[in-house]
Write a protein that binds this ligand. Structure first.
Ligand code: HAM
Length: 404
């Protein structure tokens, strides 16, 4: 028997698809309320796009890409995340030259060749948003409030972690400082961190090795050496979150696993799903558009991990809805199909193609979660009526087909 690949799952049982679609619908409604428009970009992109944006030193590009040569000899890659493709589309469609603000949301599968475990898949789904053209830190706050809104609508509790990664003014001197510090403990840190010292020093700060972590407690903190503009933005961000009752923790080790961030970085975590606790992450990436050959454009965004959220969603109680129709005699089957088709123009309606007895139809209607079980037998056919049972209010009546 051929099975699905490791870390790649079907979404097909009722609980899963109900949660999946409920999540996408809820997040879409919220994003639209914030003025965001849907964008769809291809799953397959040139490998160079991810190398230049997510960064060659990141684990995603270094170890986890589904990368191959296509039949035309092109070096291509299945997207490991959504931001790079949206930025590419933004530039390719010359929106960077149009000026103004452009706000997009998207959802779809992402691919990372990671070691699968609970909450960590090789094919997983993200819901994300990207906003271009807003320099104001209030846009960062709006992003965070949007995630908080989506989570609140889904009944999901969270902790919000916040950091500032500085800008091209304050990051380089901090990086030099940090490298000096790393050199002072170089013999005691793990091999990965020794490598990070040269490839991307700030990534040492989120090393999972306990010994490294305890050594880095004494490392210089970027938050203490932000330039005036980053400092002021970070204060404004905290102030507006306070004013809107969004609680946060400052996490000076939050550096994010992708290289394109500057200034605001944030992550929403849940304490109820085990070690893979990040349910959403994002931040500002003011240099990426220019880095991918577009006009300099400030940008900020986030993405949420759908599978991790699915198990946390508090689903609203399922309400009975719409119609189930059935025939009790063979000659009523085609009428049942036509009536179902009419009902479907306004509401949910399903039907059974075979004639069955009443008990079987009531059972089917219950399984379909219909509010009305409607049945036609030879008697009803003759009198041009239909028997209708309201499964919600437990009432029944026979009505004329004209009124039905
Ligand atoms: P990310 O933090 O790499 O950010 O991913 C966002 C979310 O995707 C994570 O918080 C997690 O919930 C989910 N996720 C990541 N990897 C996996 C996996 N292997 N299995 C299941 N879920 C996973 C980004 O991707 C950025 N593009 C976010 C962003 C948008 N920043 C700015 N704009």
């Amino acid at each position: 028997m051929i099975k699905s690949l490791r870390g790649m799952n079907d979404i097909l049982n009722k609980d899963d698809y109900t949660r999946f679609t409920y999540f996408i619908q809820t997040a879409t409604t919220v994003a639209q309320r914030y003025g965001f428009h849907f964008i769809e970009t291809p799953i397959l992109e040139e490998t160079a796009l991810f190398k230049r944006s997510v960064g060659e030193s990141s684990d995603i590009v270094g170890k986890e890409m589904y990368q191959f040569e296509d039949k035309g000899g092109n070096d291509v890659c299945m997207r490991p995340e959504g931001t790079a493709g949206v930025v590419r589309a933004f530039i390719q469609n010359k929106l960077d030259r149009a000026g103004g603000t452009h706000r997009f949301f998207y959802h779809g599968p992402m691919f990372r060749y990671e070691r699968p475990q609970k909450g960590r898949l090789r094919q997983f789904h993200q819901f994300g948003v990207e906003s271009f053209g807003q320099e104001s830190v209030y846009e960062d706050a709006t992003m965070i409030m949007m995630v908080a809104d989506i989570l609140q609508k889904l009944g999901i509790g969270y902790r919000l972690q916040l950091n500032s990664l500085g800008c091209k003014e304050c990051m380089p001197p901090y990086r030099d400082n940090l490298v000096n510090f790393i050199e002072s403990v170089e013999n005691e840190i793990c091999e990965d961190c020794q490598r990070r010292k040269t490839t991307n020093p700030i990534r040492v700060l989120d090393c999972k090795n306990e010994k490294c972590q305890s050594l880095y407690e004494n490392a210089p903190k970027l938050i203490n050496s932000l330039c005036e503009s980053c400092e002021s933005d970070f204060s404004k961000l905290k102030k507006i979150l306070d004013a809107n009752n969004i609680a946060y923790e400052i996490d000076t080790n939050l550096v994010r696993g992708l290289d394109y961030y500057s200034k605001t970085a944030f992550e929403f975590v849940s304490d109820n799903i085990g070690s893979q606790s990040a349910i959403a992450g994002g931040g500002r990436y003011d240099r990426l558009v220019e880095f991918l050959d577009g006009r300099p454009t400030p940008a900020v965004g986030f993405a949420m991990g759908v599978e991790r959220l699915m198990e946390l969603i508090v689903m609203p109680e399922e309400v009975r809805e719409g119609f189930y129709l059935g025939a009790m005699d063979e000659e009523a089957v085609e009428l049942v199909i036509s009536l179902t088709q009419k009902k479907r123009q306004d509401t949910k309606a399903t039907c059974e193609y075979r004639s069955r007895n009443l008990k079987a139809h009531l059972k089917n209607a219950d399984k379909a979660n219909a509010q009305y079980c409607c049945v036609i037998g030879s008697n009803e056919l003759e009198s041009q009526t239909i028997w209708v049972k309201d499964l919600l209010n437990k009432t029944e009546e026979t009505i004329s087909l004209k009124d039905f």
